[in-house]
Design a protein around this ligand. Structure first.
Ligand code: HPA
Ligand code: ZN
Length: 338
């Protein structure tokens, strides 16, 4: 047992799984400009500084506008590999041992990028990271909830041909006005094919969307889910059924869901027995990778060794890794000495 605050080094070394990470949201301004030059894509901003100055968001939509505009520089299998390679290096340096990363295929196929180039580029980098530093990872295909259901259906059909890489489906993009119920049939088809399922709910949307994700989409985890705190019956259910919430503290601050991190419900949900985890969402845009989300939580809310260990343990147990992989990761966590 240590006394006093957990150090940055201890929290970065804490072995953890990252369960809420949009690979397109790891596109740092420097790489965006490199790829724009290589691919002959016009950037709406002239310099890295000018682009970075736009990272001051009012809400989810203001972020999404920039997120979709900037990803236009990603065109080839090599681009997706380079993007993922850079993320995996940073994540590994912050204790991430296993990652289930989201990708948004509709945002790429709509621009003429081949579905398989996206999957294969990300997959190339995952293979390298496994070989070079023993990280494990897999892909979760996210449907854009503000696009037609027929488009999600097409993305799923493409995804079903790539179950060598894709382990599950998710739901992201603009939440309010696009309830999970719209995607009931798509999720039924994904689950019938043996895919795992998760969904963003309760980030900006109401607790009712979390109920729908559970009851209609039958998801295994909820992404964000922070507004569940407004509904005591929902909190009790999440705790009872041990449904993991993949919480992203710095994202919630930057998108003004919880403007002051000191008000964040993470540890209140933890105290209520909910299986919360800490993740980075879109780290290039929100000011920090996985380890930095832990240090920010420590600074704003305080974090005991026991809480940090529980957050990491929940991330491993709540992952879709194999039982053997989970055992190995849990053993590594046992050896963590802050
Ligand atoms: N919420 C919803 N959609 C997203 C996000 C997010 O935080 N990041 C990328 N797509
Ligand atoms: Zn997200």
């Amino acid at each position: 047992m240590t006394t006093g605050a957990l150090t940055d080094e201890a929290l970065l070394a804490l072995p953890k799984a990252e369960l809420h990470l949009h690979i397109e949201g790891t596109l740092e301004p420097e790489l965006a400009f490199e790829l724009a030059a290589r691919n002959g894509v016009d950037m709406p901003y002239a310099t890295v500084e000018e682009l970075s100055a736009q990272y001051d968001f009012d809400d989810l939509q203001s972020f999404l506008d920039l997120y979709y505009a900037t990803m236009a520089v990603l065109l080839t299998r090599g681009d997706f590999a380079e993007l993922t390679r850079r993320y995996l290096r940073r994540a590994h340096a912050q204790g991430v041992r296993h990652v289930e990363l989201f990708f948004d295929p509709q945002a790429h196929t709509a621009r003429g990028v081949a579905f398989d180039d996206v999957v294969d580029g990300i997959g190339d980098a995952l293979d390298e990271a496994e070989r070079d530093f023993g990280m494990s990872g897999a892909l979760i295909l996210c449907f854009l909830r503000d696009q037609p259901v027929a488009s999600a259906d097409e993305a799923l059909t493409a995804g079903l041909a790539r179950m060598d890489r894709i382990i599950g489906v998710g739901l992201d993009s603009a939440e309010v006005g696009y309830p999970p119920s719209l995607f009931e049939s798509v999720y039924a088809r994904a689950r019938a094919a043996g895919l795992h399922s998760v969904a963003h709910a309760g980030e900006e949307g109401p607790p009712a969307y979390v109920w729908e994700a559970l009851d209609l989409l039958h998801v295994e985890r909820i992404d964000h889910g922070i507004r569940s705190i407004e509904d005591a019956e929902l909190v009790a259910r999440l705790a009872e059924e041990r449904i993991p919430l993949t919480v992203c503290p710095l994202s919630n601050v930057r998108l003004q869901a919880t403007p002051d991190l000191r008000d964040h419900p993470l540890l209140r949900l933890d105290a209520a027995g909910v299986a919360v985890t800490v993740n980075s969402d879109d780290p290039a845009y929100f000011g920090g990778y996985a380890g930095q989300n832990f240090t920010a939580v420590r600074d704003a809310l305080g974090l005991t060794e026991e809480q940090a260990r529980r957050l990491a343990r929940t991330s491993i147990e709540g992952s879709f890794a194999s039982p053997e992989r989970k055992r190995a990761l849990l053993a590594e966590l046992e050896g963590w000495r802050p």
